[in-house]
Structures are given as structure tokens and as C-alpha cells.
Write a protein that binds this ligand. Structure first.
Ligand code: SER
Length: 315
């Protein structure tokens, strides 16, 4: 097994990379990112190439030279940034994925591609959102995620490329900050709670969204790629959820540990509209049955861990 990661310096990549190295060996994981490594010295372990995933010539060279067998394709623009630069979001999210699928087709690699809760839209049932349901997103990010799911399924059925993916909720981590997402408040809030004991939230207090703690997000990416293909009725992409909460709910849990914590609101209309168009809570039965998805962290366990880690680090 030799793995290539795109977007390895991003929110998910920064933590998935060391987890994959631990599991499969440091020499079996090749890191790539559009940024150069100097910007992120802590990721200096492992083999690193600066790569724009749309540069298929360079991508083919790396995959062939390094004898890559599996690709974790994490490079993408998140929802709020995509909404501010929709043409660039289409180019990076779709043409980047296309070159990954092409190299996988030619070199026989398996591919993990994250989809998102953003692959749903205002016409989708909001509560217990089913695995197979209406997908008519109204954001460019969501459009690229649905198109990406379909493209990955196409490469599986047409060419037998082993494509798999999950629809990630908001990912909460204490290592790397997300960049330009709608669910980012649920990360920022912990840093501000420790530093200032108050947080001004850009989403309304009763906005419910699915969330997942990073250790579970990593577990999903590894377990799905190791799952027995004979059991997979779905491919791209599985609903996964670990918890659903609103900013008010999260504040109440933070207050259990920091009683003086206060939340106020200054709503960003762009991100509020994105959040309003997404489900409140996904139903993830298919992931549980087809590959044993079983998250470890709920909102309380996550909050206690986040605050402890950030406090110890002096964040
Ligand atoms: N966390 C992502 C975002 O907010 C959703 O996939 O953009």
C-alpha cells in the first residue's frame, strides 16, 4: 500500500497524514499540497511534493514514480470561500477531482473523496436526512460536491476504479483551523471561550448542523477505505454523523466547563444562508450497516477533550 494525499496541509490532511503514517508506515505516505511546506513546518515528516491537483502531468509523474496505490483527495475550497469565488471553486473542486480520477483509472489506484452535508439543499428532508434522497444544493460548493459524488460513481461503474467517500459534517479539531467553511464557528468558539470567555457567532443561535470530532472523521476515512468492497452497496458518498447541535446548545456545554462563557451574535448572511439550506441532522444507517461506522465522540465528550487540550497547550 502506498498512499498519496492531496491537500495534506489542510484541516483534515494535517491530522489524517500522521494517522495514515502511523498505520501504514511513514515511507508509505506521500504528501502533496498547493502550498509549499515552508508555510507549515510541523508537517515536515514524510515525502512532500508541492502540487496543484489540476496539474495532471505532475500528478501522473508523482503517482507513477512513487508507485501510488491509494489516493486521499482532500484538496478543495470550502463553502464560504467557494461562494465568494464560484468559478475558481468549480475549477479546483471539479477539475482537481477529474485529474485524480484519471490518474487512478490509468494506474489502478483506489480513491477516497470527501463529500459534505452541503451536497444537500433546501428541498432535502432536514431531519434524519436519508442516505438516498433529493440532492439539489443551491451553493457552488454543494454543486461541486454532488457533481463529484456522481463522477466518482461513474468511474466506479464504468472503469472499476475503487472510489469511496463520506458526506462529512462540520469537522472540529484542535490542531488545524478550518478555512472558509460555514461550520467553522464550532472550532473558533472553543479558542475564544478559553482566551476571552466570550464568542461572537456568525450563525444564529438556533441553527442546527451535523458535526464530527476529528478523531472520528479520521476513523471514517480509514475504516471506509479498509472496508470489504463486497459489503458496499453505496460508494459516493455515505452519510456520517456523530452529533447535531446549534450554537446555543454548544454554548450550554461549554458553560459546564467555563461557567462565565457568553455567546453573542453577529450574523453573516452568506454563511447563514448556506447553513439554512443544509440538513439539521443526517441519518447514517447505511454507513453503520455497510462498513461498521460507529463514532466515539458526542458533544459532551468532544467539548471536554477540546477544552482540556487547548488549555494544556496554552491556546
Ligand atoms: N464544513 C464544511 C463547510 O462549512 C461543510 O462541508 O464548508
Amino acid at each position: 500500500m502506498k498512499i498519496l494525499i492531496t491537500g495534506s496541509l489542510g484541516q483534515l490532511g494535517s491530522e489524517l497524514a500522521p494517522a495514515l503514517m502511523k498505520r501504514y508506515g511513514e515511507n508509505n505516505v506521500v504528501l502533496t499540497d498547493i502550498k509549499s511546506i515552508e508555510e507549515k513546518p510541523q508537517s515536515e515528516q514524510g515525502l512532500f511534493f508541492q502540487l496543484d491537483c489540476r496539474d495532471s502531468q505532475k500528478l501522473f509523474e508523482i503517482v507513477s514514480k512513487e508507485k501510488i496505490t491509494r489516493i486521499y483527495h482532500l484538496a478543495a475550497l470550502l463553502s464560504a470561500v467557494a461562494e465568494s469565488r464560484p468559478q475558481e471553486a468549480w475549477d479546483i473542486n471539479i477539475n482537481g477531482l477529474y485529474s485524480i480520477l484519471e490518474v487512478a483509472r490509468v494506474h489502478g489506484c483506489s480513491v477516497f473523496t470527501p463529500s459534505s452535508i452541503a451536497a444537500f439543499g433546501p428541498n432535502t428532508p432536514k431531519d434524519y436526512t436519508p442516505q438516498d434522497t433529493i440532492q439539489q444544493p443551491t451553493s457552488m460548493y454543494g454543486v461541486t460536491k454532488v457533481a463529484g459524488e456522481l463522477l466518482c460513481n461513474y468511474y466506479f461503474h464504468k472503469y472499476g476504479v475503487d472510489t469511496r467517500g463520506v458526506r462529512y459534517p462540520g469537522i472540529i479539531s484542535n490542531v488545524t483551523m478550518p478555512g472558509g467553511g460555514t461550520t467553522d464557528y464550532a472550532v473558533e468558539i472553543y479558542y475564544e471561550a478559553i482566551k476571552k470567555k466570550r464568542y461572537t457567532c456568525f450563525l444564529g443561535g438556533d441553527t442546527y448542523l451535523d458535526m464530527i470530532y476529528m478523531p472520528d472523521a479520521i476513523k471514517a476515512a480509514i475504516d471506509l477505505m479498509e472496508a470489504n468492497p463486497a459489503k458496499l452497496r453505496h460508494r459516493n458518498a455515505f452519510n456520517v454523523s456523530a452529533m447535531s447541535f446549534s450554537p446555543e446548545d454548544l454554548s450550554a456545554y461549554i458553560r459546564k466547563y467555563i461557567p462565565q462563557f457568553e455567546i453573542s451574535y453577529n450574523i453573516d448572511p452568506v454563511r447563514q444562508a448556506l447553513a439554512n439550506s443544509w440538513p439539521n441532522m443526517l441519518e447514517d444507517y447505511a454507513a453503520r450497516v455497510e462498513w461498521g461506522w460507529d463514532p466515539e465522540y458526542d458533544i459532551d465528550a468532544m467539548t471536554s477533550d477540546m477544552l482540556e487540550v487547548l488549555k494544556n497547550r496554552g491556546a
